[in-house]
Design a protein around this ligand. Structure first.
Ligand SMILES: Cc1ncc(COP(=O)(O)O)c(C=O)c1O
Length: 393
């Protein structure tokens, strides 16, 4: 029998170590703001990087898809859940990513566990950045392949282990492109070079790069000027910059065919609802037409990073819209976040196991929707908080 004591012990432990988590009930009505307990706050915790989640064009596309196809897809893709709309989105993604083909998944988590566990098995070996997203880690574990985690972005170490690891079947290097809690970017050119030298498949997770990196938001390959085909598997999500929900895997036609037949998280789940697909197609159309939002996002993120660095805050080596303000202790990070909230700013503390011990942080997520005034005001409050909590002088 399930004992309540078991829960109390675990939850009590979380509370003692400052790792207890609670759900907050939010309502979001403007792209840069949310309402929490009746109070309007500037929101720095959403991944709505381009402010598209509330865009009227996306909303209209979602409503039209509902009118035409109803609310649910009614079954998995392989049963009767495969509308022409799904395939249209896959063609649009392939065009956007400049790959032969694409396959959509119900979420980024499902894409990552599905792809890695389909492709890799006991006889294979995976080389993974230590800071990879949990969904990639879970995919690696699920595959039962030998997992070698290399220190964050350490290419010398990676080359060493690639040299010394023989006698395996397939070899895969997998990495986030933009690291979700640190905001820095994986050295994709070096990774591709090592993969070519040591016969590895390359998979990149562009969850925080899609719609963001590169002149037209096509992701990390565009950012580095690498031909798309140099990366075997491009994965990205629709739930962040594209303002909706779901994920894609882009690559060769053969990869798509293989995943349709082998990826369990694709096969054994209900297809995405038509409204979601309609809204993502609209988001891709917006991106293909104009990159103004991307430029604004970059300008906002550059400003915020520069200001914090100038004031002496430790924001690691972030180069993107994800800006981690390092606090250290878990409870101090919670108090810091509370202080921000009292001053009208919503930015949640991120604690272990999401990030390494003693690196609890406030993760600021900058968007194109933030105004200069909102960013300037937030910097002033952070300065005050920095002094109050002894983070800066
Ligand atoms: C790097 C990365 N990969 C994958 C995911 C999972 O995507 P989804 O939220 O669509 O499941 C996330 C975030 O949620 C992420 O940050």
């Amino acid at each position: 029998m399930l004992s309540p004591y078991m829960f109390d012990k675990t939850i009590g432990g979380f509370k003692k170590r400052g790792l207890y988590r609670v759900l907050r009930t939010c309502s979001q009505f403007k792209s840069s703001k949310l309402v929490l307990d009746g109070k309007e706050l500037i929101n720095f915790s959403s991944n709505n990087y381009l402010g598209l989640a509330g865009d009227p064009v996306l909303k209209e596309a979602a409503c039209k898809a509902i009118e035409k196809h109803g609310c649910g897809s009614t079954a998995s893709r392989l049963m009767c859940g495969n509308l022409a709309l799904n395939e249209e989105l896959e063609r649009r993604i392939a065009g956007f990513k400049r790959t032969e083909a694409a396959l959509i998944f119900s979420s980024g988590y499902m894409a990552n566990i599905g792809v890695i566990s389909a492709l890799m098995g006991r006889q294979d070996v995976i080389f993974a950045d230590k800071y990879n997203h949990a969904s990639l880690v879970d995919g690696c574990i699920l595959s039962r392949a030998k997992l070698i985690r290399y220190p964050h972005k350490d290419m010398k170490y990676l080359e060493q282990v690639l040299k010394n690891t023989g006698k395996y079947g397939r070899r895969l290097i997998v990495t986030d492109s933009v690291f979700s809690m640190d905001g820095d970017i994986a050295p994709l050119p070096e990774i591709v070079k090592l993969a070519n030298t040591y016969g590895c498949i390359v998979m990149i997770d562009d969850a925080h790069a899609t719609g963001v990196l590169g002149r037209t938001g096509r992701g990390s390959a565009e950012y580095f000027g690498i031909p798309e085909e140099a990366v075997d598997i491009h994965m990205g999500t629709f739930g962040k910059a594209l303002g909706s929900f779901g994920a894609y895997v882009a690559g060769s036609k053969k990869l798509r065919e293989f995943l349709i037949n082998k990826a369990r998280s694709f096969i054994f789940t209900t297809a995405l609802p038509p409204s979601v697909i309609g809204s993502v197609i609209a988001a891709i159309s917006i991106l293909e037409m104009d990159n103004t939002r991307i430029k604004t996002l970059n300008k906002n993120a550059d400003y915020f990073r520069n200001q914090l660095r100038k004031k002496g805050f430790n924001i690691l080596n972030t180069e993107t819209q994800i800006i981690p303000l390092i606090i250290g202790e878990n409870n101090k990070a919670i108090q810091f976040s509370k202080f921000l909230m009292q001053n009208g700013i919503f930015a949640v503390p991120i604690r272990p196991p999401t990030v390494p011990s003693y690196t609890a942080r406030i993760r600021f997520s900058i968007t194109a929707a933030h105004s200069k005034e909102e960013l300037g005001y937030t910097i002033e409050i952070i300065k005050k908080a920095g002094k109050k909590f002894g983070i800066t002088q």
